[in-house]
Ligand binder design. Structure first.
Ligand code: KG4
Ligand code: ZN
Length: 332
């Protein structure tokens, strides 16, 4: 079956054509195209401006979908379904993709499937590792989300914890801003940290359960910057990053101990961080764990992961109603 995926939940406009082959224990996905356009207009404001994001999606959605079909060498008539992110995200941005997908579904008389963006990040793991055995733990660390989830099977999840305040990527972005780095700042923090050392004792957030919190750490960086006469940005970036990784590993170990699952998939934009991958892989050899990191284009927002979820949901639950509304917050 051939599915078109559409993603417009934040500041990436994405369209992708994915073929899913049913009938095996594990689906084989073939990505025929995966087009993503990132909006750079927000960098001058230091964060995403929702109104500008929706306007940019409106301008981009038609050419991006057309390109996705052209690259995949298929026509609209070849599609078996249209999957689109309906939540969570910026409502104005979501509405662009959602309305477009509904209109396409109506005019082509093809099934419409609304997809939870977080489930998309989980499916980026299935796309990169089609043989990944369940159950496994998934850690989603992106600009908008921080979630620790047990993946029992396709479409069967148990959420263990989420962030209580800032998302992991958001903390990187805010610290980047304090250090005068461009937006989005995660990759710049990583780069700066390469020339620094762990010389500052920022506090590791302390929460007894599976939830996450990054605002205390962010504030500690701010206070340090205010108090220190000659702060060394490289050391701040390095020390901050290491505390974040310690914190994430602590939560993972808690889940490993309780649920006896030693496979962990890590997705979302922060999972691109090479130092994170090295630290996690080092930890895995010491603690007999196995980490799975999707390729970079699958970690960050893309529509292939949305198309893959659409396929799995459609074969299990059928199409979504056209009355499905965009929602800024929704649980997995
Ligand atoms: O998954 P994503 O593309 O979009 C959301 O769903 O939010 O994630 C974007 C986030 C941003 O906060 C960005 O700063 C962060 O991922 N990020 C990084 C790195 N590359 C992107 N954070 C740390 N290190 C990186 N190398
Ligand atoms: Zn995302």
């Amino acid at each position: 079956m051939i599915f078109l995926g559409i993603e417009t939940s934040c500041d990436e406009t994405g369209a992708s054509v994915v073929v899913g082959n049913d009938g095996q224990k594990r689906t084989r996905y073939t990505i025929l195209s995966n087009i993503v356009s990132s909006q750079f207009i927000h960098s001058q404001y230091g964060g995403v401006i929702p109104e500008l994001a929706s306007r940019a999606h409106i301008q981009l959605i038609v050419p991006i979908v057309k390109t996705a079909l052209e690259v995949a060498k298929i026509n609209y008539a070849d599609l078996d379904g249209i999957a689109v992110t309906y939540a969570p995200g910026l409502v104005g941005s979501l509405l662009v993709g959602l309305s477009f997908a509904k209109a396409l579904s109506l005019s082509l008389q093809k099934p419409f499937i609304g997809v939870n963006h977080l489930e998309g990040h989980i499916f980026s793991l299935f796309l990169s590792y089609p043989d990944l055995e369940t159950p496994f733990l998934a850690l989603i660390i992106s600009g908008g989300h921080t979630e620790l989830v047990i993946i029992k099977d396709y479409c069967q999840y148990q959420v263990l914890g989420s962030t209580l305040d800032d998302a992991c990527g958001e903390a990187f972005d805010k610290v980047a801003r304090m250090l005068g780095l461009p937006y989005p700042g995660g990759a710049f923090v990583e780069k700066l940290a390469q020339n620094g050392k762990r010389s500052i004792n920022f506090p590791v957030p302390h929460l007894p359960d599976y939830n996450f919190s990054f605002s205390g750490l962010k504030t500690a960086v701010l206070y340090y910057l205010k108090a220190e006469k000659n702060p060394v940005p490289e050391n701040i970036a390095h020390s901050f990053q290491e505390v974040v990784f310690d914190f994430l590993l602590k939560k993972i170990q808690l889940a490993v101990d309780e649920y006896k699952i030693n496979q962990i998939g890590v997705s979302g934009g922060v999972a691109v961080n090479k130092r994170l991958r090295d630290r996690f892989n080092e930890y895995s050899t010491e603690h007999n764990l196995k980490f799975y990191f999707p390729e970079v284009s699958m970690c960050t927002d893309n529509a292939a992961m949305i198309a893959a979820v659409g396929f799995e949901r459609f074969i299990r639950f059928g199409p979504s109603p056209l009355s499905l509304a965009a929602e800024s917050r929704v649980k997995l």
